[in-house]
Design a binder for this molecule. Structure first.
Ligand code: TYM
Length: 367
């Protein structure tokens, strides 16, 4: 797994071991609930499963030191609903903790990484994707979205301080680069690490940072930002990591590079609903077998959609789970139910997305 490619089945326990992170324990969830009231479904259902220094962030908060949130998007195309997973959690944390959010659009990264993408297209998608971010419900006065290309002046001076402290061999081993990588990509990790310190520069005091993201982004924090923070006089950024919303195909995370198995926020709801009806499920080969042996909700990607995004009611989710396992619920019916939910979700999201066009510039940070 790298930030640009997640292949095959993902062993989240192994990632925790390899990356040296910690499980988000019940105890930690209860500690968060002291400030948030009801526990968010994404915590309750262990979609956000891993962290680094989240308890430290909460301790600081308890002592009156407020943290800022940092997350982002690589605007190579339209947003898919998997991207919304970390953003919905970020919105929840902004609301409950009154935190500022710095949101980086890495249009430079996508230009450098995707051979066929020109600069104008990736910067254009910055604005398209920003509409999806805003549609998640962030507060304009506390949210600062910036394009790397357009906000280069401030971010660049931080990035070069980071870059000076990281060797080529470190970047090569962390990100698995080979010698044919372009030199822009070698420098880019410093650009993504820089916003970890941006609030401290802008506010001229050390500010704790919490990064909600899926675990594919961890290389930047583990290997770069946290390594240089003490040398540059900043706090090490803390993280909470989510699992991936799967694609509609056989295994693997939802990914823009496989449009048939991804649901984009701008998809026509009818088309999206057809994609769902074509989804791969872990059902048995015949109806008889399914009735007899039951379905396999634990490993079925379709069930994950209910769990991660589409069924907030725990009792209804539990009912779906048990009727799948008992063989009462067949995959066709389950997919029809999901396709209705996806349709409704998209109609509502697209309404909010349209409305975001009225005040997008209230959210954009510029030099
Ligand atoms: P990008 O555009 O690949 O992904 C944006 C965010 O979505 C998460 N993500 C997913 N979450 C759940 N299910 C999925 N199937 C799924 N696919 C992607 C990613 O982990 C990410 O949180 N370089 C980054 C942009 C970036 C960034 C950041 C991300 C810049 N600064 C700080 C997180 C935090 C990128 O290309 O993300």
């Amino acid at each position: 797994m790298t930030p640009w490619e997640v292949k095959g089945k993902i062993d989240y326990d192994k990632l925790i071991r390899d990356f040296g992170t910690q499980y988000i324990s019940e105890e930690l969830i209860n500690k968060v609930a002291k400030y948030t009231g009801a526990v968010h479904t994404l915590f309750r259902r262990k979609v956000f499963f891993s962290h680094r220094d989240f308890n430290w962030i909460l301790d600081k908060y308890e002592k009156g030191e407020k943290f800022a949130l940092y997350t982002g998007r690589g605007p190579s195309g339209h947003t898919h609903i998997g991207h919304l997973v970390p953003w919905l959690m970020t919105q929840h944390l902004q609301e409950k903790f009154g935190a500022d959010l710095y949101f980086q659009m890495t249009d430079d990264e996508k230009f450098l990484h995707d051979t066929n993408l020109n600069l104008k297209t990736s910067t254009g998608f910055t604005y398209e994707n920003a509409l999806d971010v805003i549609a998640c419900g962030f507060k304009p006065e506390k949210t600062f979205i910036f394009s790397d290309i357009e906000y280069a002046k401030t971010n660049y001076s931080l990035a070069i301080q980071i870059a000076k402290n990281i060797t080529y061999s470190t970047v090569k081993s962390i990100f698995g680069f080979n010698d044919s990588i372009n030199i822009g990509m070698i420098f880019f990790p410093a650009i993504q690490a820089a916003p970890c310190f941006l609030p401290s520069i802008l506010k001229q005091k050390k500010i704790p940072i919490l990064i909600p993201a899926a675990i594919d982004q961890d290389n930047y924090w583990r290997g770069i930002a946290r390594a240089v923070a003490p040398k540059l006089g900043f706090y090490k950024p803390a993280q909470i990591h989510s699992k991936f919303l799967p694609g509609l195909g056989k295994w693997g995370k939802m990914s823009s590079s496989e449009p048939e198995t991804a649901i984009f926020t701008v998809d026509n709801p009818e088309i999206a609903s057809k994609k769902v009806m074509n989804a791969f499920t872990c059902g048995r080969s015949t109806v008889e077998e399914q009735r007899k042996l039951g379905g396999q909700a634990d490993i079925c990607p379709v069930y994950q959609y209910f769990l991660m995004l589409m069924e907030p009611d725990d009792q209804k989710l539990q009912k779906k789970y048990s009727s799948c396992k008992s063989g009462e619920l067949l995959c066709g019916e389950c997919k029809a139910n999901l396709s209705e939910k996806v349709k409704k979700f998209l109609i509502e999201h697209q309404r909010k997305r349209e409305k975001a066009k009225d005040n997008i510039y209230d959210f954009m940070l510029r030099d």
